[in-house]
Write a protein that binds this ligand. Structure first.
Ligand SMILES: *Cc1c(COP(=O)(O)O)cnc(C)c1O
Length: 392
C-alpha cells in the first residue's frame, strides 16, 4: 500500500459494487450462508473454492474490517474478536504449549497479567514479569523454554515504553515470538510490526471504535502466523458479531481526525497538570520530561489521550478532586469521545507478584474530544475544591 493512512481508511477493502452500490457496507446479520448445490459443498470441502459458510469463521462485514485493520497496522492478516482480552488470549494460545515460558511486562494491563500469571499457569506455562524500561531485563529473563515475550508499550497506567526494535532483535536471536498490545498508540501513531514484532493485539473497545459503544479486539500478524490464530479462535469461539464489526468500521473512518484531536488536547492537559502546584508527577510519553521521551518519539508519530498523574494530599483530597469534576466521568476503559477519570488504587489486583506498586494518589485520565479549555477549567476548579481550606 503506497497510499497514506487517511486514504486507506476511506477506501481500502470497500467495494460498493458487491453490495448494490451501497457506500456503507451492509451488516450481514447472518449466522450461516447456503451452498447453491451439493457439488458446491463438495468443492468447498475439498478446498477448491472459498466461500462464506458460518459467521464464527468468516462474515462479509467482518471481513472488510479485518482487511482494513491488517493494512492499517502494516501486517498481512487480521482476525477480530469479541473483546480485546479474547484477542490477547487467542494470540497467546496460538503460540504456547505446556512446558513453555513467557516473559511479560510488570506494569501490563491487569487482565493480561491474570491470563499469563494464573490462567496459563494452570497449563504448566510459567512466566516472568520484568520492568520493561530496560532491554537487559528481557535478555536476563530468557530461559531455554522461553517461547513468547509479551509487550505493552506504552503501558496503560504508568505509561512506560519498551524499546521495540531491540527487544524484537533479542527475541529473534533466541527463537522467541513477540506480541505487543498496541491499544494505546493505535495503528495511527505506532506500527510495531515494522520494528520486527511478530503479532499486534488491540482492544477495539478503545480508540478503534472510539465511541464507547462496543467491546471488540483484533490480532494482526503475517500470513504464516494467522493460521493457528484462526483455527484456534474458531474453536474458542470469541467471534466479533457483524454489527460490532460495522460499528468499528464506522469508528475507524474518523480515527485520524480523532487521534489528532486527542493528541493536541492531551498535550495541553499534560502540560497544565505538570505545572499545577497540586500535582507531583505526570506520566505521559508526549512530555519532554518523560524519562523515555526520546525513545517514545522514535517509536511513535504522535501520542494518544490517556495519561496518569500523582496528586498531592491523601485519599480525602483525591476523593474531593474526583467528585468535583464536571466533565470527566468516573469510569473504566478509555479512548472514547468523552473524558474519563479512574483512580489508580483500584487498577491492579493486590496480589500481583513481581509487581510494581501504583501510588495510591495516582489518577488516570482519558482526554476526550471536548473543548480543551473547558477541560482545563474543570480540572483546575476540582483541585481548588479538593484543597479548600489548605493554605499552601
Ligand atoms: C481495555 C484493554 C484491553 C482489553 O480489551 P477489552 O476489549 O476490554 O477486552 C487490553 N489491553 C489494554 C491496554 C486495554 O486498555
Amino acid at each position: 500500500m503506497k497510499e497514506k493512512v487517511r486514504t486507506i481508511i476511506s477506501h481500502y477493502g470497500e467495494d460498493p459494487k458487491r453490495f448494490l452500490g451501497s457506500i456503507s457496507p451492509p451488516i450481514f446479520e447472518a449466522s450461516n450462508f447456503a451452498f447453491s448445490s451439493y457439488e458446491e459443498l463438495e468443492r468447498y470441502q475439498d478446498g477448491e473454492i472459498k466461500k462464506y459458510v458460518y459467521t464464527r469463521g468468516i462474515n462479509p462485514t467482518t471481513e472488510i474490517l479485518e482487511n482494513k485493520l491488517a493494512v492499517l497496522e502494516k501486517g498481512e492478516r487480521c482476525k477480530v474478536f469479541s473483546s480485546g482480552v479474547s484477542a490477547i488470549s487467542a494470540a497467546l494460545f496460538s503460540l504456547l504449549k505446556s512446558g513453555d515460558h513467557i516473559i511479560g511486562v510488570n506494569s501490563t494491563y491487569n487482565p493480561t497479567y491474570e491470563i499469563i500469571s494464573s490462567y496459563l499457569a494452570r497449563f504448566n506455562i510459567s512466566s516472568t514479569f520484568v520492568d520493561g524500561r530496560d532491554v537487559r531485563n528481557f535478555k536476563d529473563a530468557i530461559k531455554s523454554n522461553t517461547r513468547v515475550i509479551y509487550l505493552e508499550s506504552p503501558t496503560s497506567f504508568t505509561f512506560e515504553v519498551q524499546d521495540l526494535p531491540n527487544i524484537a532483535r533479542i527475541a529473534k536471536d533466541n527463537n522467541i515470538y513477540t506480541i505487543i498490545d498496541n491499544t494505546w498508540a493505535t495503528p495511527y501513531f505506532q506500527n510495531p510490526l515494522e520494528y520486527g514484532i511478530d503479532i499486534v493485539v488491540h482492544s477495539a473497545s478503545k480508540y478503534l471504535g472510539g465511541h464507547s459503544d462496543l467491546v471488540g479486539g483484533a490480532v494482526i500478524t503475517r500470513e504464516e502466523l494467522i493460521g493457528n490464530i484462526e483455527r484456534e479462535s474458531s474453536l474458542i469461539g470469541g467471534t466479533l458479531g457483524p454489527f460490532e464489526s460495522w460499528l468499528i468500521l464506522r469508528g475507524l473512518r474518523t480515527l485520524p481526525l480523532r487521534m489528532s484531536a486527542h493528541y493536541e488536547s492531551a498535550m495541553k492537559v499534560a502540560s497544565f497538570l505538570e505545572a499545577h502546584k497540586r500535582v507531583i508527577r505526570v506520566n505521559y510519553p508526549g512530555l519532554s520530561s518523560h524519562p523515555q521521551y526520546n525513545l517514545a518519539r522514535s517509536l511513535m508519530r504522535g501520542f494518544s489521550g490517556v495519561m496518569s498523574f500523582e496528586m498531592e494530599g491523601g485519599e480525602e483530597e483525591l476523593k474531593g478532586f474526583i467528585n468535583n469534576l464536571r466533565f470527566f466521568k468516573i469510569a473504566v476503559s478509555w479512548g472514547g469521545y468523552e473524558s474519563l477519570v479512574f483512580p489508580g488504587r483500584f487498577a491492579f489486583e493486590k496480589n500481583r507478584k513481581d509487581n510494581i506498586t501504583l501510588s495510591s494518589q495516582l489518577i488516570r485520565i482519558s482526554v476526550g474530544l471536548e473543548d480543551v479549555e473547558d477541560l482545563l477549567e474543570d480540572l483546575d476548579q476540582a483541585f481548588s475544591k479538593a484543597f479548600l481550606g489548605h493554605t499552601s
